[in-house]
Design a protein around this ligand. Sequence first.
Ligand code: 26M
Length: 811
Amino acid sequence: TAPKSPVTAAQFADEIREQLTYHQGVTVAQATPADVYVAASLAVRRHLMDAWMTTQAEMVNGHTKAVGYLSAEFLMGKQLRNALLNAGLTEQFDEAVKELGFDYQDVIDAEHEPGLGNGGLGRLAACFIDSLASIGVPAFGYGIQYQYGIFEQEFDEQGRQIERPDYWLTNDEPWGHVDYNRSQKVSFGGTVVENADGTKAWKPAWSVRAVPVDYMVPGYKSGRVNTLRLWRAKSYDEFDLLTFNKSEYLDAVKPQVKAENISKILYPEDSTPEGKALRLEQQYFFVSASIHDAIRVFYPGQDKPDLTTFPDKITFQLNDTHPVIGIPELMRVMIDEYGYDWDTAWSVTTKTFNYTCHTLLPEALEVWPASLIGELLPRHLEIIERIERQFEAELVAKGVDAAQIERMKIYTGDAVRMAYLATYGGSHVNGVAELHSELLKDVTLKDFSDTYPDKFANVTNGVTPRRFVKLANPRLSDLITEGLGTDKWLTDLEMLKGLAPLANDDEFVKKFAAVKQANKVDFANYAKREYGFDLDPNTMFNTMVKRLHEYKRQSLKILALIARYADIKSGKVSADDVMPRTVIFGAKAAPGYYLAKMTIQLINNVARVVNNDPDVKGKLNVYFPWNYNVRLAQHLIPATDLDEQISQAGKEASGTGNMKFALNGALTVGTLDGANVEIRERVGAENFFLFGMTVDEVEAQYANGYNPARYYESDPRLKAAIDMVSDGTFSDGDRNTYAPLVADWLTKDWFMTLADFTAYAAIQGEIEALYAQPLEWHRKAILNVANSGYFSSDRSIEDYLERIWHTGSMA
Ligand code: 26M
């Protein structure tokens, strides 16, 4: 179904006026850009409302299984422009806003992006629900409406990261609909008692009210609008007016505070989960509410639903292990709340859940202390124990040896391994890129893949071309449409292949180069306005944006940069031979991640020293715009010439920034890691700057006892760069500032930054030689765009439908 032909600009302006009057009670003359933002959002929301209701009705009455995407994070980015695009109202909006006397950019800027995620995993969830709606698959995203999203990053005088709370709900938020009438009760604590008939009953100690806040997820030209349902925790015990007296007045609100804390804040750690009770409360809170919600939606008004049909109604995708407590929860709901026997419940549960793993780092796998689960969810711990007994019996029956059974324990007696529970308790496990899925089978979950080989699958990640090409890069989008003679590529991204012949058409290549140049000028203006930076758009824009992690190796980039700086300064490379470069970093570090935060400080101080050094003026500049988020990504990616994907081989599960850059015509310098491998295969080895050790070489080094000092001693440029970090060049002469970082490089260097330095530095020559031939550079960039259509999240979703969910789009 195509969206109904909407309104004229004049009509849309009237609709905005009407919202201003009847919703906000302000005149156009009184209205601020923020008012117009709210009014326009409500107006576009009205346009999507019928499609939203139809989609929901057909989802329940139709015969297509729905997808429930369970994720602790959805990093949505701003909503207004995306909603306008999908409602077919972009031009009307631009004109209407002008007619009302506003600048559309001011209106767009009024929206505070919902930062309800840390990075790749949360952004992937947002891309996936966009694609599900665009393909027309009935789907719910289920998560948490955190009151505080990912912290806002600032830098202090010393260049250190400061975290500020992201109170994104401080202004009117027109997108989320708080639906108090569809709340769910979620309980915690207490004990388990045995009923007279031998069945078990959980007597919880406390409960919270999960209130759904619903967001529209409009598909692009699909006529479908799915739902993102984010749960907000509310207390049941408002003031206990009967019992409190004056001295207990403050105590009386304590339970309320405790309950509402559950959805208060997004945990900003994305690598080393801490076993915190509040985090487990968050996980159980949204998963329990979502499971009950799905039963309510798919068996409307039924007291005794036939839950044996549940897996035909919905399939739950577990986005990493964060929602895995849903497996024992569905068991509990079926057995304790609906009276099913264990085997029936197990059969339904294993058919309902599938699990996506997003990591290879062993320290990132969630393991919960059994004591904590026992305290918070005693009935679930019992169920997990029983799952463990059944699992062990099954392994014995399969002839698995005792040592392997021991290694595979889901419940060790002390702890519960959530990845193992997810693997056993669901139908499929998938990794997020081919290499990652192979390593999952061969290393991380080897015992499981040996025992259950059919469970394992790969689905390579993707990104939505609507947000990351069409919205972020309108110039390139227009050029692609011109080149292909159609805009159908936005829903069929493999069509970009049709651009490949145009890489040989000098006229087209020049237009492509002009698009990139205009985007760079735009970004320079943006960086001036937002950050006060003076970027020179006539230099190469070289970008590294992603969370700050040792394995991602921002250190490698900064050390190579320092070495380059030293070369120019010492005259070893004559300034005339230097290809002018602007290096742009963006990265948040987890607040407690010491070395990551020190790396941020180092980058900022290298930037300070380099940018103020007349010897390298115009040749090398370094900028670190703070608070990297979806909005900054949308501005920066289209303006990038060269992007960095330089993680240690075998550590980045997939990466998705790499895909966004390739689709926007950047060339990549990268290792054979994650989806880089597939990107390089598709765009062609000659159009990708490959360097560094392979997974096998990395493993061999670990096995031989890796010694970083050897590399420090053997590459004089590396030695010089590290020495500059320790001698105070970037710390006003203070030799202690970076001592822990330097000590780590020289004695541990777990991710082998030093071992890859020489190769990484060497490839820079190749990069600069190519950049000196603009036509050749842009030809390769076009081939990156042309051959990256595979990395659409639409394709990822099609793969999930076929390999894992076994369902399709609505008729
Ligand atoms: C876990 C427990 C407690 C608190 C937070 C967490 C947690 C939150 C986010 C753990 C990991 C989180 O994200 C990991 C992540 O973003 N992984 C990335 O996923 C992308 C999408 O698949 C991949 O492209 C990246 O390679 C992978 O690093």
